[in-house]
Design a protein around this ligand. Sequence first.
Ligand code: DON
Length: 535
Amino acid sequence: MGMVVAAHPLAAEAGLSILRHNGNAADAAIATQLALAVVYPRAGNLGGGGFLVYREADGKVHSLDYREVAPAAADRDMFLDSAGQVVTGLSTKGILAAAVPGTVAGLEATFRKLGSGQVSWEALFKPAIDLAESGFHITAEEAERLNKYRDDFAAFNPPDMPFLKATPWVTGDLLVQKRLASTLRKIASEFCKGFYEGTIAEAIVETSETHNGILTLNDLESYRPIWRTPCHIYHGEYRLYTMGLPSSGGVIIGQVLQMIGDKLDPEKGFRHPDNVHLITEAERRAFADRAHFLGDTAFNTINLNILLSPEYLLEKWMDFDPEKATSSQTIGINPYTLTLEKFETTHISIVDRNGCAASVTTTLNDNYGCKVWVPNGGFFLNNEMDDFTIKPGAPNFYGLVGSEANAIAPGKRMLSSMTPTIIEKRGKLYMVLGTPGGPTITTSILQVFLNNTVFGMDIHDAVQSSRYHHQWFPDQIQCEENAFSPKLVEALSTKGHNITWVKSLGTIEAIYIDSTGTMVGAADRRRMDDHVAAW
Ligand code: DON
C-alpha cells in the first residue's frame, strides 16, 4: 500500500518502486525528486531548492528548508543600473539570477533524519540514473516546452547540450543525459560532498565564471539546509501543517483562514459573489502583509505571534465592507501591471504503507531556471534571485512586490510561496497536497481545502474545480478562464472588483485519506503529465 502523486509518470513510478521495496515516504520523496531532475528538467532539479513537510505515522511533523541562498558576493542593488532602475531580465535569465542550490543537501538531510534505513542512499538514485543514462521518451508537454525555450538554451549554452537539437522536439523523442547520469552516480557514492565539493562544485563555479557570475566554491561548501519548526494552523476540526518562513505560505494561509473564520456560507456555494468577495478581501490583506513584513528570519525580526494573532487580524479586517472591494491602494504601496507567463515548479505528495506522509515542493523558479546549464554537471541552475525584492516596490516575475525585509543580502534566503502542506482531521492524516504557481500556490491550496471542507466537494472536484487568486497588487482577481459566470463577474464588478482572466492557476498533486483509511490520489488535469502511482 502506498501512493505517489507527481508531475511525471516516470517520476511517480520511481517513487512507488521505492515504497514497494520497503522504503518509506522519505525515501520515496528522494527517489521521486531525483527522477524529476531527469524527466522533468524544467522544474525537477539538482540546481534548485525546495521545502519538505513530513508527518511520521505517530503524528510527529518536521519541516526542512533547502531553499537556495544568495551568494556571498551578492549585493542588494545587483539588478539595478547606475540610475537605480531595474535592469530587465537580469534577475531572471543568465548566471546572476542563480542562487546557491539547496536540493542535494536537502535530499541528504531528509535521508539521514527520516529515511527508513531499509533502502540505501545509492538505491534511491538507481531509477534516476537509468533514466538519464538510457534516456526516456519525452511527453508532448515537454516537447512543447523545450521548443519554446530553444533560443534561450542556444544563447547561454554550448550547442552539444542535450536540450538543443537541429529539428524541433516531438512527442516520443528520446532524451539522453549522460553527463547528468555521471553526476548522479557521483552523488550516489559521495553523498552531498559529491556535489558541493570536488569536480561538480568546480564545474558549477567554472560555468559561473565563464558567464561572469559570482558563485564561488566557498558558497557551495558553506550551503546548509535547515530543519525548522513547521507552521501549524488550527481551523475547526482541521490542523494544517505547512511551511513557515522563508516560505510565506503558512503565514498567508493562516491569516486568510483566520480572517474568513466561519463566515463563508456553504449553502450559497463556492462561486457565490459573497463567498468570492470574502476570500478575495482576506487574500488582499494577507498579501499586503507578505510584501511589507516577510523575509528570511535570519535577517529580520518578524513577530509571527502578532501577524497571526486574532487581535491583529481583527484590526486588519475592520475596513472590510461586504458590499465593496477595498482598494489595495488604501492598504499599501504602488500598483503596476502583471504579465502572466507559464512558470514552473513541481510538487510531490506521498503516503507510505505505515501512514508516513511527505509533501515536497521543489523548483528552479522559472522553466529551466536561469537557462544556464552546467556543461560538466549536466543540470540547469535556478533563477531564484528574482524571488528577492530587487527594488522596493518593483514587481518580480510573479508581479509580487516586497520591502526591505526581502532585500538581497549575502547568505540570505529569498522569500518563497512554496507551501507543501499536510492536513489532519481530528488528529488523523487527512490530506497531503501542494502545487506550483508562485504566489498562486497559497491561494490554490486554500481553495482546495475550502472546496473540500466547507463546500463539500470530493477530492477530485476540489482539485479540478476552477480557481481564482488575489495578491493585493495588481489589484485584480485573476480568474481561470471558465471559473466565473458572466453573472458572477457582474456581481463582483458591482462590488468594485477588477477581474482578469488567466489560463490556469496551479497544478495540485493531492492525496486524500478517507474515513476508512483508504488513499485517494488526485493529480491535477490542468497538465497532461501529472500522475497518481499506487499499489
Ligand atoms: O519560491 C517561490 O515562490 C517561487 N520560486 C516558486 C515558483 C513557482 O512556483 C513556479 N511555478 N509554477
